[in-house]
Design a binder for this molecule. Structure first.
Ligand SMILES: [Fe+2]
Ligand SMILES: [Fe+2]
Length: 158
């Protein structure tokens, strides 16, 4: 996991994460801090193992760590956070030694993580884990949240 740990120490990653923490201080809905990113990574990894999907663990963790990295920039510019995340992810992945094909695979998943019309194995894993990581059943902002009843997690599932 050498390259994943490089992401965690990358200065652009860290400054984006700090900006997200600051921007979401007063947010009542789900946040996008490191706990969310690591929950997504772990759920992706578990589901990949259970479903026999053979994707390198570093690719899984990199996609999870970077999928919301453009949140603060998107809040600031009123743009799409998946697009911002994909752009920033490209720079971080290159700096952390990911190869072109790996970077393309991760960026595709990040860019389309909220778009059910576009998919790849990594993208589906990411989209599912992103939703499953949310504890809607115990959320104080359950009523105010704009997720549909179907999308909200009513309990623990896989
Ligand atoms: Fe997202
Ligand atoms: Fe997310």
């Amino acid at each position: 996991m050498i390259r994943v740990n490089k992401i965690l120490k990358n200065s652009l990653f860290r400054s984006c994460m700090q900006e997200i923490d600051e921007a979401e201080k007063e947010r009542i809905f789900c946040g996008h801090g490191i706990e969310h990113l690591l929950s997504v990574a772990r759920i992706m990894h578990i589901n990949a193992l259970e479903e026999n999907i053979r994707i390198d663990k570093e690719i899984i963790y990199a996609a999870a760590l970077l999928h919301d990295i453009g949140r603060a920039r998107a809040y600031r510019l009123h743009t799409d956070h998946a697009k911002e995340s994909a752009e920033i992810a490209g720079m971080i992945l290159e700096a952390c030694g990911f190869e072109k094909a790996e970077t393309d695979e991760i960026i595709y998943a990040v860019l389309h993580h909220n778009d059910s019309e576009k998919s790849s194995e990594l993208c589906s894993l990411l989209r599912n884990a992103d939703r499953l990581s949310r504890n809607c059943f115990a959320c104080k902002a359950y009523e105010e949240c704009n997720w549909s009843e179907n999308k909200k997690n009513q309990g623990v599932s896989v």
